[in-house]
Structure formats: structure tokens, C-alpha cells
Design a binder for this molecule. Sequence first.
Ligand SMILES: [Zn+2]
Length: 163
Amino acid sequence: MKVKNCYICGAPDALHYFEGRSETIRVRGMERRVDNLSGWECHVCGDGFWDPDTDSADRYGEAGDELVIAAQKMIGAEMKRIRRKLHLTQKEAVELLSGGGHNAFSRYERGELLPPKPLVLLMRLLDRHPHLLADAEVLAEGADMRGAFTYTVNNDAEALKAS
Ligand SMILES: [Zn+2]
């Protein structure tokens, strides 16, 4: 067993070599397993690194990158399906739901950009309850705020009486 002093935290004989390990990377509900990884990890501070004499770091990094791209494509396709189901154009979807640049939705749907989690959640809620889109349109216009401004009722009539 190969053991070294940890040069991350300084603990003596704490850095242990491992090999043949499998790690599962998870991104937005998608998983990928990477096998036969080797490296060093500290039993005291928990930090560590892949063995630079192997391709562990490269394979782990590539698997992560591929997973992010796959997740972006999958979520992009889902965004597009739900937007079409709601009969919204990309422009309308930006104005009503996402905000951001005018081409934000187009970039999400092409898988170039991962949409923020609250937007994904909102789209999934609208997918499940499409009738809520009408409520969303009302809320977006601020029509629900009418009740919040009753204190601004103007008192011109009273003022006139007093003078
Ligand atoms: Zn350490």
C-alpha cells in the first residue's frame, strides 16, 4: 500500500493511493459511470487528486463534459416540447417566463446553455398544468397587484370639500 504525508493538509502518512475505483457522475438527473480510476486521497482532510501517471483525470473530465452536453440537449428538447405544447413562440416564452436576452430560449432549446433550475421547474409545472399559463399571463402583467395599491386612492374630492 502506497502512503505519503499529505501535502495538502500536512497530516503524516495520511495520503493513500487507490486504484480500480469506479465513480458515478451525476448531472441534472443523468448519470455516467467511470471505471478503473486511480489517484491519491487523504484520510484526514478528504482532499485528493487523480494519479497524473494515468489517464484518470482525462477520462473523468471528459465523462463530466459529455454528461453536461447530454443534459443540455435533453433539457433543451424538453423545453422545446413544453413551449410548443403551450403554443408560445420563443420570443413570447422569453417575455413571459424566462427573461434574459431575446434569444435565451433559442439557446436553451439548442442545448447551448443549461436553463436555470427555476425555469425548468416552471416549465415542468406548466407541462403538468397547462391551464396555469393563463394565470401566469395575468401575474406577469401585474394585474394581481391592484389590491396592493389601495392606499394610493386619491383624496381630491375630500380636499375640495375642505377648501
Ligand atoms: Zn490531507
